[in-house]
Design a protein around this ligand. Structure first.
Ligand SMILES: Nc1ncnc2c1ncn2[C@@H]1O[C@H](COP(=O)(O)OP(=O)(O)OP(=O)(O)O)[C@@H](O)[C@H]1O
Length: 241
């Protein structure tokens, strides 16, 4: 069997904002085609780390590599899809107009653009709402539209910062089905969360607390090693003392 390759390599990454040290010596490899969850309490440093992976910020020390290329790199932009924590949508435009705007940024034109718009809206189950102004969308619909936008250019790596916040359990399930579909097509997904049942759905997890990566493993490994019934319990064991 072919060994899986790392497509993201985080090497001794630290980050300071003023005097506050937000990331502390993080080293981690994320494999091609896995769903990797970054789990940690609010303020742990998850967003700070994924922003660096998306090329939107730089470490104070250490390095991030994507496909063996040091970040940030313009060359990699088309390989990365990033969905931020808050939606960056034009409320006064329709969903379709938003999708057309972002498609143009990625250089998608004509028939190809139209086809991708149809595909991504189908994936997030918003095909029937294409012409609605975004201002008439619910919070969950806006999250799904943001996801559709992050998927437009078929990125190899998809970085999702709390993608299902404010989304009800039924929709959350359908979004996770979409994640698994993408994974099966070879996309690597990085998902930040503090929802424990969501953590269980990831192939591997990185537990992050106060800017430190305190454990990495599959949900089963993390529970097994700490003799815990739940990820929450395992987290407390790793974070305790
Ligand atoms: N641009 C910035 N300037 C100063 N401090 C910042 C900046 N960005 C983040 N921080 C601080 O860094 C710490 C980590 O924030 P971060 O957003 O990475 O946490 P998080 O784990 O993503 O939390 P949440 O789950 O609430 O989004 C926080 O204390 C935050 O206030």
């Amino acid at each position: 069997m072919e060994a899986t390759k790392a497509c993201i390599s985080i090497r001794h990454v630290s980050k300071k904002f003023g005097k506050q040290q937000v990331l502390k010596e993080i080293s981690l490899e994320i494999m091609e085609g896995e769903i990797f969850g970054l789990l940690g309490p609010s303020g742990a440093g998850k967003t700070t780390l994924v922003k660096q992976l998306a090329g939107l910020d730089i470490p104070t020390s250490g390095e991030n590599f994507l496909f063996e290329e040091k970040m940030p790199s313009l060359k990699l932009i088309e390989k990365i899809g990033y969905m931020a924590q808050s939606d960056a949508l034009y409320e006064e435009l329709s969903a379709k107009e938003n999708l057309q705007f972002f498609s143009a940024l990625y250089g998608l034109k004509g028939k190809n653009q139209q086809q991708r718009i149809e595909e991504v809206m189908k994936l997030v189950q918003l095909s029937n709402h294409l012409h609605k102004p975004v201002s008439n969308y619910s919070g969950g619909m806006k999250r799904r539209l943001s996801l559709a936008i992050a998927l437009l250019h078929e990125p190899k790596i998809l970085i999702l910062d709390e993608p299902t916040v404010g989304i009800d359990p039924v929709l959350r399930k359908s979004i996770w089905e979409a994640f698994n579909e993408l994974k099966n097509k070879g996309t690597t997904l990085i998902v930040t969360t503090h929802v424990m049942d969501e953590a269980e759905k990831c192939d591997r997890l990185g537990l992050i607390r106060d800017g430190r990566l305190i454990a990495v493993g599959t949900p089963e490994e993390l529970k097994g090693k700490t003799n815990s019934a739940t990820i929450e319990e395992a987290f407390l064991v790793y974070g305790g003392a």
